[in-house]
Ligand binder design. Structure first.
Ligand code: FRU
Length: 529
């Protein structure tokens, strides 16, 4: 039975493990901000992950807070995730924890922003120096080399802001007649740019152009100017990102809010693609730099057409994704039903097998017992036949011996009779009957044993018994046994066999025969009615 239990356990385990999906590799993403640009990037990552079955992408976003981001990455390290994708909020504060992950053997893919270290596995992002340069050239051309401008930078500590600053100043500083009347940091935030412009707008007076390091801050500054009215609401506002987004993207160039923006691709799909290459040992480029280009009134229409098309395709992919999700959910529940069904079927089969085997074993055992019973019955009958035979032979033998004594005893009879007196006879018979009664249930009782108890030889016993009652000791004993049996049959509820054994017969059938010979009827007729 133990073997069967082991077999069932192994079988169920085999079914379960064959049905358990292999664990997916965890790609943990740490985003430094929560905004439209990041949302688009995250969507691209999740969409791309769909094409890589063996990985699971987890995205954890923090709100422009370096310490919070460090804590998130610490958790990734202690969880021993398979790969980390990170957009470092600030280059220097994030460097140690990213190096720690890299040193711990976790591949690190930097996206969009960099750290001041070489300890990373791959980088995917735009060329921010080039973005700055292109913007510088565009501004200088638009102003024809002369004008007053406001520069709004991103978070100072972020590599993207530092690089855009470098590229922009590389170009703009060459123009003596272009004056930067105000340059401030709005931490990549629309509200912050708007608020700062609200507070310094009056003081800086009329300007010719505002360049912000992203579109959100440019839109914030424009909002502030629109509130105040005047010249600054009419000048060009230029940003970076050119996102395919209704609120802060290229549609704001189409509607005239922004004069231009510089394409800064999100590339979430590319990041996951590279992550997959790293995890599966495929070749990949370490530094993957996206190209940039200006988007303004002249090409925004074209961009919009493309954007619409891309949106449509994305929608279709998303639709397919959700369809496939439903399909997988259905498949999963069907798989569970199937596995349960297989387990139940296997259990039922095993149970059936065990029951059939047990039933067969029981039938076989019953047959064997039946056979053994029959053999025992036959042996019992043979034994009781032999017993009866022996009892008969013994009685015959005793009778033969009595006859012999009788023959001898006749010669001495005359002398004995003369000395016999009536009292003595009665006394002798009482003693004899007492010995009989004390041993009545003993089928092994012999004349010698009786003689020994009474202190007489077999011959003496024979002679005195014969003289006292006219019977040999054997006949007297038989008569005593049968009379007692008669009494028991009449007065008790005992069966014939019980009575036979109690009066010293070892074979009930022989008892019945002797009984009939003695009383002239069967013991059944003496039974109490
Ligand atoms: C998004 C963002 C973009 C900007 C980039 C620079 O979080 O602020 O607008 O181009 O980060 O890293």
């Amino acid at each position: 039975m133990n073997r069967i239990a082991l077999l069932i356990t192994l079988l169920i385990l085999a079914i379960l493990t064959s049905c358990t999906p292999t664990p997916k590799k965890i790609v943990a993403v740490s985003q430094c901000s929560v905004d439209e640009w990041r949302t688009q990037m995250n969507n691209e990552m999740l969409r791309e992950a769909f094409f890589h079955n063996d990985m699971e992408v987890e995205i954890h976003s923090t709100s422009d807070n370096s310490q919070e981001q460090i804590d998130v990455i610490e958790q990734f390290i202690s969880r021993k995730v398979d790969l980390i994708v990170v957009a470092p909020n600030e280059a220097e504060p994030l460097r140690p924890v990213i190096e720690k992950a890299f040193d711990a053997g976790i591949p690190v893919v930097l996206i969009d922003r960099k750290i001041n270290s070489n300890k990373y596995t791959a980088f995917i992002g735009g060329d921010n120096v080039e973005v700055g340069r292109l913007a510088g050239n565009y501004v200088a051309e638009l102003l024809k080399g002369k004008g007053r401008i406001v520069e709004i930078e991103g978070l100072y500590g972020s590599s993207s802001s530092q690089e855009r600053h470098k590229g922009f100043h590389e170009v703009i500083d060459k123009y003596d007649d272009i004056n930067i009347v105000s340059s401030f940091c709005a931490d990549w935030q629309e509200d912050k740019a708007e608020a700062i412009m609200d507070s310094i707008g009056e003081a800086i007076g009329d300007v010719d152009l505002v360049f912000a390091y992203n579109d959100r801050m440019a839109i914030g500054a424009k909002k502030s100017a629109l509130k105040r009215g005047g010249n600054n609401a009419q000048i060009p506002y230029i940003g970076v990102d050119a996102l395919l987004d209704e609120r802060i993207g290229i549609s704001r160039i189409a509607d005239g809010t922004l004069n231009a923006s510089f394409l800064y691709q999100t590339g979430g799909d590319k990041a996951i693609f590279i992550a997959d290459c790293i995890l599966s040992g495929k070749p990949y480029e370490r530094d993957n730099i996206f190209q940039t280009s200006v988007v303004n009134k002249s090409n925004v229409h074209l961009m919009n057409i493309h954007a619409g098309h891309i949106d449509e395709q994305n929608g279709k992919i998303e639709f397919l994704n959700s369809k496939l999700d439903d399909f997988f959910k259905d498949y999963e529940s069907q798989r569970i039903v199937l596995v349960t069904f297989i387990i139940i079927t296997v259990l039922v089969c095993i149970l059936l097998f065990v029951s059939i085997t047990a039933y067969n074993a029981k039938t076989r055992l019953n047959d064997q017992l039946e056979m053994q019973k029959e053999v025992l019955e036959i042996q019992k009958n043979e034994l009781s036949e032999q017993k009866e035979k022996l009892e008969r032979q013994r009685d015959q033998l005793e009778a033969e011996r009595d006859k012999l004594i009788e023959a001898q005893g006749c010669e001495e009879h005359g002398e004995e009779d003369k000395t016999t007196i009536e009292d003595e006879t009665n006394f002798f018979m009482d003693r004899l009957n007492k010995v009989f009664d004390e041993n009545i249930d003993n089928s092994e009782l012999t004349v010698e044993m009786i003689g020994a108890e009474m202190g007489l030889s077999r011959v003496q016993l024979y002679r005195r018994t014969k003289a006292s009652c006219g019977l040999s000791p054997n006949e007297a004993l038989r008569a005593r046994r049968l009379n007692k049996a008669y009494k028991m049959l009449r007065e008790t509820d005992k069966s014939i066999s019980e009575v036979a054994y109690e009066v010293g017969f070892s074979s009930p059938s022989y008892f019945a025969k002797c009984y009939k010979d003695y009383f002239g009827h069967n013991p059944t007729e003496s039974l109490r009615k």
